[in-house]
Design a protein around this ligand. Sequence first.
Ligand SMILES: NC(=O)C1=CN([C@@H]2O[C@H](COP(=O)(O)OP(=O)(O)OC[C@H]3O[C@@H](n4cnc5c(N)ncnc54)[C@H](O)[C@@H]3O)[C@@H](O)[C@H]2O)C=CC1
Ligand SMILES: O=C(O)CCC(=O)C(=O)O
Length: 425
Amino acid sequence: MSDKKKRKQGMLENVMRQFNNAADIMELNPNIRKILSITNNEIVVHFPVKMDDGNVEIFTGYRVQHNNSLGPYKGGLRYHPTVDIDAARALAMWMTWKTSLAGLPYGGAKGGIQLDPLKYSQSELERITRRFTYALGTNIGPEFDIPAPDVNTNPQIMAWILDTFMSTKAPSDRSANMHVVTGKPIGTGGSEGRDRATGFGVFLNIKFWAAHNQVNLKGKKFIVQGFGNVGYWASYFMQEEGALMVGVQDAYGSLANKEGISVTDLFAHSRTNRGSILGYTKANEINKEDFFALDCDICIPSALGNQITLKNVGGIKAKLIAEGANGPTDVEAERILLDREIEIIPDILCNSGGVICSYFEWLQNRNGEIWTLDEVLEKLQRKLFDSFNRVLKTAQEYKVDLRTSAFIIAIKRLEDTYVQRGVFP
Ligand SMILES: NC(=O)C1=CN([C@@H]2O[C@H](COP(=O)(O)OP(=O)(O)OC[C@H]3O[C@@H](n4cnc5c(N)ncnc54)[C@H](O)[C@@H]3O)[C@@H](O)[C@H]2O)C=CC1
Ligand SMILES: O=C(O)CCC(=O)C(=O)O
């Protein structure tokens, strides 16, 4: 079996093991366990797109809707070669736990297209996105399933989805569909703060953890994997707090500097370098395999799933792993980290700032409101503080790690709704 295949299977296996572990501890009703173990709908679409050279290419797109018992399906769209049905299933399940933990009126979904966006021009990406939106048809909708950005998708792509979706509606209904996607550009119904919300949330969780453990973040060393939306903003706020980025890795390479790397300077470099950190002269290029073993206090994986595994866990020096990415730590590696008393702020808590801010955007669109950046960030901070404290309290109550605690809270909310409806007393 190829490494690529193993990685994809790993994500689904990981999320199921995380779920079953929490379900065992909380003694989840077996009927509800059955329901939550499967995905409600799995949409796979094949669609043709004309390329710049006049040839037609066929693309495969996915949208997996895991559960909507708490509200409309919600979750991002990823454009990446590793997107397939198992990846979409795993990521959709994580969305259900994440929205439930955050107390949002949403379920969970995820999807995307299996492609490498670097291989396509901007106008090809626009046509691919518009065709994908047509192919999804009524499988998405502002009160049914609301996509958002994820790896290699961005506000521009959300604007194309919105525009295409609206074009299928009668003119009188178009503005009522503004909330079919979130993470839109601000001029097209997007919310202030959605750009930084996930990374800001990662930073806030680290800050709450530091306050709880009487740790001062000033001068603390951190490494970040992924220097995209989440990795950049998390690093930006860490640097603002006085912490030092000593290592960074993206899809193109890995950099280290014991004295610290300027987050804003590196970002400016990557913007003029097709998003790549390579070629930055104020840090040393290191081997990809040595990245997680860099000497640091905090590690912020913010790229893909299954990055911290049995292969590299032994080298980790950080005392805290703050999961910006979805599913970056596999179950076996996590066991070793916990045995070594390395704490993990789990993805469904740590990166939940993004979907919380998406909810704010959806509310603003629905209610015809426009909130200021300060308002958004303040509301986000309050919500995340509440989630963090609930996770801490439940961890103490059940004597479990933070991930298991976050899962217990998320699953309990779902269990309650099924029981209250009388479906499974
Ligand atoms: N964008 C959002 O609001 C949210 C994103 N997430 C998760 O955060 C993670 C990152 O997402 P974004 O920052 O939005 O994506 P992005 O596309 O903006 O950035 C991804 C970054 O990861 C790097 N990368 C890709 N493959 C890599 C590899 N094999 N090794 C090292 N680096 C690699 C890329 O070069 C890029 O710097 C994903 O797991 C995503 O699901 C979670 C919650 C919300
Ligand atoms: O903003 C959203 O709706 C979802 C973002 C996302 O895909 C995630 O939290 O993993």
